[in-house]
Design a protein around this ligand. Structure first.
Ligand code: F6P
Length: 473
């Protein structure tokens, strides 16, 4: 950080010496294209320095939590908590501020100008990029960190890891990410910079402290790698404070909108499928019904995909709540066909649903909830197995896969996806295109607005469930 401070001073002195005519380099869209020539282009250096100053002004323009627009948000869930644990999936769950009326700016490009050419023309003082991982860990996080850091370091930027998600920004805890720190981390599970489920909007002076420590550590941009909660905070900081952040979609749940897939999901599906394969052989040997509880929060992506891949006989997900009675009938039908074992995959967020219309969400007794208002799910597998055994008379056992689905090395597909996301995020930073998130559309890596990505959950569409249902019973 000291290096950066010195760099800024040197840059400003150099500006005074050269006395270059000030231009608005961010209006010059060719600045990025010329980045490679800037080393010898004094005009570009002048532009860079201009940006250095304008960027400072922008930072000063940030309003701390409790002032300005923040106050306007009172009465609109100021803590960022949302009640979607109690809602049907797929509903809008976030309360993100719309762009200012009449601003005329395309969504998500508000941060373009000052950083863009500032970054493109730098060679004397270093741009500092922060990287943060928030929410539940997920295979592929380190692959993203490596890609963002590698590309940023190649550009001559400095890279800092923010420790433990948003908590690290609240408390001002950082660590340098240099070539040696990111070496060998591609296949490693977890995250080398730690993660928490901290929501700065639920911490006293949380947002103010985030902005303060970002400034104090002289960061120029942040890459936030997370799911709907972490990126929801990023979207809100961008909307309310023009915080220079870009997002990378992470979650084993695959429930983020505006991207076809999140990284980590493929690994979780692979692990669950392998477990289902293994349970098949023991279920068959003992003539048992095996219930497999998988993660996924309020969406059934892991259940449906691993269930299809593993040949499950019944799959229960929150989006298409099959009744307990129908599930038991599918198992009986199968047994009538001469099969005396069955595999049932249930997503942790499935609510036990009965023909009477009653629905019951099984969550931990304490109903512990995190700073984003999520109850801790788990236990539906047990409850369902009891129902199946009592109603069908077939011996039934349960396997709860739990955090095994999040642990260990990412699949090749996740490593590649995470790497592509990381490079895209680094490029968005370089171009100063904040408020954006790297996303997968078909086979292409594109960028979408953070707001779109976090406005609602991406649920399993009926067509996917129909593929699974073709093999029930
Ligand atoms: O969002 C990822 C996820 O693994 C969910 O599938 C699950 O409900 C939750 O996180 C578990 O969170 P924790 O690690 O806090 O127990």
């Amino acid at each position: 950080m000291r290096t950066l401070a010195r760099g800024h001073v040197a840059a400003l002195r150099s500006l005074e010496r050269h006395g270059r005519a000030r231009r608005r380099p961010h209006d010059d869209t060719s600045a990025v294209a010329r980045a490679g020539d800037d080393e010898r282009d004094p005009a570009a250096v002048g532009g860079e320095l201009e940006n250095c100053a304008s960027r400072r002004q922008r930072r000063r323009a940030w309003r701390p939590c409790g002032g300005g627009r923040e106050r306007e948000s009172e009465g609109r869930d100021p803590c960022g908590e949302h009640p979607h644990d109690l809602q049907a999936p797929g509903r809008r769950v976030r309360n993100v501020h719309p762009p200012p009326p009449g601003s005329g700016r395309p969504p998500g490009v508000r941060g373009v100008s000052p950083f863009r050419s500032f970054a493109a023309g730098r060679h004397s003082s270093r741009v500092q990029v922060g990287i943060l991982t928030g929410g539940g860990d997920c295979p592929g996080l380190n692959a993203v960190i490596r890609a963002v850091a590698r590309r940023s370091l190649d550009r001559g930027y400095g890279v800092a890891g923010v420790r433990d998600g948003w908590l690290g920004l609240v408390e001002g805890r950082f660590e340098p990410l240099r070539a040696r720190e990111i070496s060998g981390i591609l296949p490693r599970g977890g995250t080398i910079i730690g993660t928490t489920r901290t929501n700065p909007y639920r911490v006293e002076r949380g947002v103010e402290r985030v902005l303060e420590s970002f400034r104090a550590h002289k960061l120029d941009a942040l890459v936030a790698i997370g799911g709907e909660d972490t990126l929801g905070v990023a979207a809100r900081l961008y909307e309310e404070h023009e915080f220079p952040v870009v997002g990378v979609p992470k979650t084993i749940d695959n429930d983020l909108s505006a991207t076809d897939y999140t990284f980590g999901f493929d690994t979780a599906v692979w692990i669950a499928t392998e477990a289902i394969d293994r349970l098949h052989t023991t279920a068959e040997s003992h003539n048992r019904v095996m219930v497999v509880e998988v993660m996924g929060r309020h969406t059934g992506w892991i259940a449906v995909m691993s269930g299809i891949a593993g040949g499950a006989d019944v799959i229960l997900i929150p989006e298409q709540p099959m009744t307990v009675e129908s599930a038991c009938e599918e198992i009986r039908r199968r047994h009538r066909r001469g099969k005396d074992f069955s595999i049932v995959v249930v997503s942790e967020g499935y609510e036990l649903t009965y023909e009477s219309g009653e629905q019951r969400l099984v969550a931990e007794k304490a109903r512990a909830s995190d700073q984003f208002g999520h109850v801790r799910l788990g236990g539906v597998g047990d409850a369902l197995a009891r129902e199946i055994e009592e109603r069908t008379g077939f011996e039934t056992r349960v396997t709860v896969l739990g955090h095994v689905q999040r642990g260990g090395s990412p699949t090749p597909r996740d490593r590649v996806l995470a790497t592509r996301y990381g490079l895209k995020a680094a490029d968005l930073v370089h171009e100063g295109r904040f408020g954006r998130m790297a996303a997968l559309h078909g086979d292409a890596i594109v960028d979408v607005s953070l707001q779109d990505a976090t406005a609602e959950l991406k649920t399993v569409p009926l067509e996917w469930y129909e593929v699974a249902r073709a093999f029930f019973g």
